[in-house]
Design a protein around this ligand. Structure first.
Ligand code: AMP
Length: 134
């Protein structure tokens, strides 16, 4: 059985793609807590991040590092923060969240309401940075 994130990585379900390679995929969170909030996943389907095999887990962090640099080049922020929750979607993923203060990583606050056009434009800008660095 395929998870929703596997369907996103394969293109079966649309997403605001920001980066991809043969093993990993990154896309904008559909209910962002900050502009540029991105999810990074392995194409391999494993529920819990810390159950990933060593190679996939280390590769995921290296992929996330490159994605974070592309995000930081586009979204004004002090840092790109990292969160791992996995309470909703049973497919390992890392949240990358542009932040300027602690309050920016509050998952309980109301989600941002961004228009489709804005999400598209953010994803396109990050993807262009990603392409220029890889
Ligand atoms: P969690 O599993 O607790 O880390 O939360 C899953 C995250 O995935 C949430 O922040 C959702 O907004 C996000 N999400 C769920 N479905 C989609 C989707 N189709 N496209 C983008 N983000 C999604």
């Amino acid at each position: 059985m395929s998870t929703i994130f596997s369907k996103i990585a394969s293109g079966e379900i649309p997403s605001y793609k920001v980066a991809a390679d043969g093993d990993y995929y990154a896309f904008l969170d559909i209910n962002p807590i900050a502009k540029g909030h991105t999810l990074v996943i392995p194409r391999k389907e494993v529920d819990y991040l810390f159950d990933l095999d060593d190679k996939t887990l280390s590769g995921l962090w290296l992929f996330a590092q490159k994605a974070a640099k592309a995000i930081q080049a586009v979204i004004p922020c002090k840092r790109v923060g990292v969160a791992v929750l996995g309470l909703e979607v049973p497919h390992a993923h890392i949240h990358l969240i542009p932040l300027s203060s602690e309050a920016d990583v509050d998952f309980k606050k109301p989600k941002l309401k961004l228009e489709k056009e804005e999400l598209e434009s953010i994803a396109k800008a990050i993807a262009a940075k990603w392409e220029s660095k890889t």
